[in-house]
Design a protein around this ligand. Structure first.
Ligand code: 8IG
Length: 270
C-alpha cells in the first residue's frame, strides 16, 4: 500500500512560497512587507523602483485576486538599504477560501525575513469630521469574523497589536493623523446602518472587511505591525447616500500622493 505525503502545514507552505519568492525576485531576504488595500494601489509608485514584479499565482499557496482595483501582483522594491515586499492585493475572508488563505501572504512575508509589516485598507469611517480620502492609524481592532488564523492551543497576546512605536513615528511625519479602532465585518455586503451604530457603541471608528486576521497572523509570526486605513467613504447611514465600490477607488486616486508620501517616509524610518 502507498501513502500520500502529508499535506504541508500553513507554515511549511509559507516557507516554500518564500523560497520560490527569493528565486523569482533574486532577492534573498526581504525586510518590510506592505499589503495594499482598496484605494492604496496608486500610492505604490512612491515607494521606489521595482526590482522585480511577480504574479502571486507563481508562488505556492496563492490563488488569483478577485476584486477590481486589486491586482494579484507582488513587487520587490529596493528602498534605501531595505528590501520591501509589496502585495498589491490581498485575499479577503469573504472569498470563502478559508482563513489560512487570507493570511498566507503574511506568513510568506515572515518566512521571507520581514520583521515589520504595514497593513493598509480602505474602509468606512464613523468619527464625525472624518472625510473620504483621509488616512487614519489603526490603534486597535475588533474582529467580528468569529474566527482566527491560529489553530490549536496557542494563546497569542494581542496587547499593543498595532505598534505604538510605529504609530508615533507616523504622527511625527504627519501630526494631523488621527487614530481609530478598526472593526472587521465578514462582508462582502456592507453593514446596515444599524450595524454601523453597533460598531460605534462597541468602541469602533472604522468599518471594513480585512486586516484583523492578517494582524493576528503577523503578531503570531513576531512581526511589528502598522495598520493604516484610508477612509474612502462615510459608513452606511452617515452620509444619506448608498455605498459603492467606485467611490472607494476614486477616493484612493485623489489621496494617492498623500498616501504614497506617508508610506515612503514611514518605511524609511522603520
Ligand atoms: I473601501 O463602509 C470600504 N470597505 N465593511 N464597510 C465595510 N467595508 C468597507 C467599507 C465600509 N468601505
Amino acid at each position: 500500500m502507498t501513502h500520500a505525503a502529508p499535506a504541508p502545514t500553513p507554515y511549511e507552505l509559507a516557507g516554500s512560497a518564500a523560497e520560490r519568492l527569493a528565486e523569482l525576485t533574486g532577492v534573498e531576504r526581504h525586510d518590510i512587507a506592505l499589503v495594499l488595500g482598496s484605494g492604496w494601489l496608486p500610492a505604490v509608485d512612491a515607494l521606489g523602483e521595482a526590482t522585480a514584479e511577480i504574479d502571486t499565482t507563481d508562488l505556492p499557496g496563492f490563488s488569483a485576486a478577485a476584486v477590481a482595483g486589486h491586482s494579484g501582483k507582488i513587487r520587490s522594491i529596493r528602498s534605501g538599504d531595505r528590501n520591501l515586499l509589496v502585495f498589491l492585493s490581498r485575499t479577503h475572508f469573504y472569498e470563502g477560501k478559508g482563513v489560512a488563505a487570507v493570511v498566507h501572504p503574511i506568513r510568506t512575508a515572515a518566512a521571507a525575513g520581514c520583521s515589520a509589516i504595514v497593513l493598509t485598507n480602505g474602509c468606512g469611517g464613523l468619527k464625525p469630521g472624518w472625510k473620504p480620502g483621509q488616512p487614519v492609524l489603526i490603534s486597535d481592532h475588533i474582529n467580528l469574523t468569529g474566527t482566527s488564523p491560529i489553530v490549536g492551543a496557542n494563546f497569542v497576546d494581542l496587547t499593543d497589536l498595532y505598534s505604538p512605536r510605529l504609530r508615533a513615528m507616523c504622527q511625527e511625519i504627519d501630526s494631523s493623523l488621527d487614530e481609530g479602532v478598526y472593526v472587521q465585518f465578514p462582508g462582502p455586503h456592507y453593514e446596515t446602518p444599524a450595524e454601523v451604530r453597533m460598531a460605534g457603541v462597541m468602541g469602533g471608528h472604522l468599518v471594513g472587511m480585512s486586516t484583523t486576521l492578517e494582524a493576528i497572523a503577523a503578531r503570531e509570526a513576531g512581526m511589528e505591525i502598522l495598520g493604516i486605513s484610508l477612509v474612502t467613504n462615510l459608513a452606511a447611514g452617515l452620509s444619506g447616500e448608498p455605498l459603492n465600490h467606485e467611490e472607494v477607488l476614486e477616493a484612493g486616486k485623489a489621496a494617492a500622493s498623500r498616501m504614497g508620501g506617508l508610506l515612503s517616509q514611514v518605511v524609511a524610518k522603520i
